[in-house]
Design a protein around this ligand. Structure first.
Ligand SMILES: Nc1nc2c(ncn2[C@@H]2O[C@H](COP(=O)(O)OP(=O)(O)OP(=O)(O)O)[C@@H](O)[C@H]2O)c(=O)[nH]1
Ligand SMILES: [Mg+2]
Length: 548
C-alpha cells in the first residue's frame, strides 16, 4: 500500500494533526482510517496515532517499531532456526512451528526485497508504490463530445501516478445506469476479482464517486485485502500531499471530512459481530457518536478557516488600495499556468508535469516593457469531475478570481482533449459566478503541436485568443499587449486636472492606466486616460475640477 496514498483518509496535514488526533483518541474506530487498519490490522490505534503524531511518511507492518522503523529481525531468528533444526534432526511440533514461522519470515523477506523496488520519491517523500487497478463506467447516453471513458481512465491513471500508485491494469463497462449495490455489474465484479489476483493489485480505483454501500460491497466482493476507493478520494489525497500552507491544509482537511461523513454508515457492524450479534444496534449508536464527533470537528475547522480567511482578506484589501489591476490565471491542471507566471515574473512557483502542482494562489507584479504593471495570480487547476466538496472548500481561495479585472484561461493546446478541458474549466467557472469578468484565452504549449502555423492561424481568426509557449517565451509580448487591451476594455475614460502638489497621483495614472494625453496648465496637469474603475473613484474630485 502506498503510504502516501494512505494519507488520503488517515493522515491529516500537519496543521490538522492535533485536532484529528483528539478525534482519534475519542473515536478509536479502525474504519476511520481504513487503509492502514484493514491491511495491517495488528497496528493498534495507539501506535497508529503515534505514527500520525511523528509524521512518519512510510507506514508498513514493520514500521510499528516506531523508534526504530527499519528493524530486520529475520537474520538472527533464521540463524537460530537452522542450528536448531540440524541438532534435533527430527523437528518436534514446537520446532516445526518455528520452521514454519521461519519460512514465512523468509518468504516475507523475499517479498520485502521485491517490494523495496517499489519505494519511490513522491512530493519529496519516500512512499511505497501500491499496485492499483482502475475501473470506469461509460453511461449509455453520455454526451459524445465530453471526455470518453478511455480518456477519462487515462487521466485517472495520471492521477493515480501523481498520488504514488503503480497502475497495473484497467477496465471499463458500458452501463445504462450504475448498479446501486456495486456500481458495476456482478459479472464485471468477478472479472475484476480474477484480474487483480493475477496482477497482485492491492487497490481498485473507480473513476466515479462511489457511495458508502458500494465501497463496502465492492471491498467484500474483492476480498478483505483489497482496498477500493474512488476518483474523489484520489484527488483529495493528492491535495492532502500537496497542501503547503495552513489555509490549504485546513481546506483539504475539511473536504476530506465532508467526504467521510456520509461514508461512516454501518462501519461499526464489526463490533456487533465480535459481540456475537447480542448487542444489536450498537453499531448504529456508534455511527451517530462518530458522526457527531466528525460534525463537531467540521465546525471547528470551519471556524479556524474563517479566521485564516479574515486575515487574508485584510491583506487583500490592503493590496486593493494600490490600484494595480489583478489578472488571474485559470485553467485545466497541467496547462502551464505556473510556468507562465514564472516566465513573466521570475517567480519560483513549482511547475512540473504532474497534476495539481499548485494549490495556493501566488500573486506577482508583472512589469511590461512600456512600464505598465499588473498583478498576476496563479491558482489551483481544474479537472473534469472535480469533487464538489473540493470546489466548496476552495471557494474562498478562488474568491481571488472573482475579484480580478481579467481572467486568463490557459489552455494546453497540444493536448488531444484541449476542447474537452476548455469545457470542463468553463463548467467550474460557471459555478464560481465570474461570468461578468472579461476573459482572454491563451493557447499554450504551441511549441509542442505538430503544425504550429495552423494553430496560430486558427487563433488569429478568433477573438480573444493568443498563442504562446510559456516554456520558450514565444508570443509573450503579444500576450502582454492583449492583456493590456483587455484591461483597457475594463477601464473607464477620465479627464482630470491633477494639481502639481499631487504629482504622485500622476505617476500612478501612468503606471496603472492608459494615458492618451497630458497638457500642462497653470493649475496643474490635465490628463486624459483610461483608468481602472477603483482608481477613477479616487480621481473624482479632480475630474470635477476638470469639468469646471
Ligand atoms: N512544451 C511545453 N511545455 C510546457 C509549456 N508550459 C508548461 N509546460 C510544461 O507543462 C507542465 C505543467 O506546467 P505547470 O506550469 O506546472 O502547469 P499548471 O497549469 O500550473 O499545473 P497545475 O498547477 O497542476 O494546475 C510542466 O512540465 C511544464 O514544464 C509550454 O509552453 N511548452
Ligand atoms: Mg501550477
Amino acid at each position: 500500500m502506498s503510504a502516501c496514498f494512505c494519507s488520503s483518509l488517515i493522515r491529516p496535514s500537519p496543521q490538522f494533526h492535533e485536532s484529528y488526533l483528539r478525534w482519534l483518541s475519542v473515536s478509536p474506530n479502525p474504519q476511520n482510517f481504513p487503509l492502514i487498519h484493514r491491511k495491517y490490522p495488528k497496528i493498534s490505534t495507539r501506535i497508529f496515532a503515534r505514527v500520525l503524531q511523528q509524521g512518519i511518511g512510510v507506514v508498513s507492518p514493520d514500521d510499528v517499531s516506531l523508534n526504530n522503523p527499519v528493524v530486520d529481525d529475520t537474520k538472527e531468528e533464521e540463524g537460530k532456526e537452522v542450528v536448531h533444526g540440524a541438532l534435533d534432526g527430527v523437528a518436534d511440533a514446537k520446532s516445526e512451528e518455528k520452521v514454519r514461522g521461519s519460512s514465512n519470515r523468509v518468504k516475507k523477506k523475499a517479498e520485502e526485497d521485491e517490494g523495496s523496488d517499489r519505494f519511490k520519491l513522491r512530493n519529496g517523500r519516500e512512499v511505497f508504490e501500491e499496485k492499483a487497478y482502475l475501473v470506469g463506467v461509460e453511461r449509455k447516453g453520455d454526451i459524445k463530445d465530453s471526455f470518453g471513458i478511455e480518456d477519462s481512465i487515462k487521466e485517472l491513471a495520471q492521477l493515480a501516478d501523481t498520488a504514488g500508485l503503480m497502475v497495473v491494469g484497467s477496465t471499463y463497462q458500458k452501463l445504462a445506469s450504475p448498479n446501486p449495490r456495486t456500481y458495476i455489474g456482478s459479472g464485471k465484479v468477478a472479472e475484476i476479482k480474477s484480474a487483480i489476483r493475477a496482477l497482485g493489485a492491492e487497490t481498485v480505483v473507480f473513476d466515479d464517486e462511489l457511495s458508502a454501500g458500494q465501497l463496502r460491497n465492492l471491498e467484500k466482493a474483492f476480498g478483505g485485502d483489497v482496498r477500493v476507493c474512488d476518483r474523489t478520494a484520489l484527488i483529495l489525497d493528492i491535495f492532502n500531499q500537496r497542501a503547503a500552507t495552513h489555509e490549504a491544509a485546513l481546506q483539504v482537511a475539511l473536504a476530506q471530512m465532508e467526504y467521510q461523513l456520509p461514508r461512516l454508515t454501518k462501519m461499526w457492524t464489526h463490533l456487533e459481530r465480535q459481540a456475537g450479534g447480542k448487542v444489536k444496534g450498537m453499531g448504529e449508536k456508534q455511527i451517530e457518536v462518530d458522526k457527531r464527533i466528525l460534525r463537531t470537528q467540521i465546525g471547528a475547522l470551519k471556524k479556524e478557516l474563517e479566521s485564516v480567511r479574515k486575515h487574508r482578506k485584510q491583506y487583500r484589501s490592503r493590496r486593493v488600495s494600490v490600484p494595480v489591476p489583478v489578472v488571474s490565471l485559470v485553467g485545466y491542471t497541467n496547462a502551464g499556468k505556473s510556468t507562465l507566471l514564472n516566465r513573466l515574473t521570475g517567480a519560483n512557483v513549482l511547475a512540473e508535469d504532474q497534476l495539481f502542482a499548485t494549490l495556493d494562489p501566488t500573486t506577482r507584479r508583472v512589469q511590461m516593457k512600456n512600464g505598465k504593471e499588473f498583478l498576476l495570480t496563479d491558482t489551483v487547476g481544474f479537472i473534469q469531475k472535480l469533487p464538489t466538496t473540493l470546489v466548496a472548500a476552495f471557494r474562498a481561495t478562488l474568491e481571488e478570481i472573482s475579484e480580478s479585472s481579467l481572467l486568463v484561461h490557459v489552455v494546453d493546446i497540444s493536448h488531444p482533449l484541449a476542447q474537452q478541458q476548455i469545457d470542463a474549466v468553463d463548467k467550474v467557472l460557471s459555478e464560481l459566478d465570474v461570468s461578468s469578468i472579461p476573459k482572454l484565452m491563451v493557447w499554450n504549449k504551441v511549441d509542442r503541436v505538430s503544425e504550429p502555423q495552423k494553430i496560430r492561424l486558427e487563433a488569429e481568426k478568433r477573438d480573444d485568443v493568443v498563442c504562446i509557449s510559456a516554456l520558450n517565451g514565444d508570443g509573450l509580448l503579444e500576450f502582454c499587449d492583449a492583456v493590456q487591451e483587455k484591461l483597457k476594455d475594463s477601464m473607464i475614460w477620465v479627464e482630470a486636472l491633477i494639481p502639481f502638489e499631487n504629482g504622485e497621483l500622476l505617476s500612478t495614472i501612468h503606471q496603472v492606466g492608459m494615458v492618451e494625453r497630458t497638457e500642462y496648465s497653470e493649475n496643474g496637469t490635465l490628463v486624459k486616460a483610461h483608468v481602472p474603475l477603483r482608481f477613477a473613484r479616487l480621481l473624482t474630485p479632480m475630474r470635477q475640477l476638470c469639468i469646471t
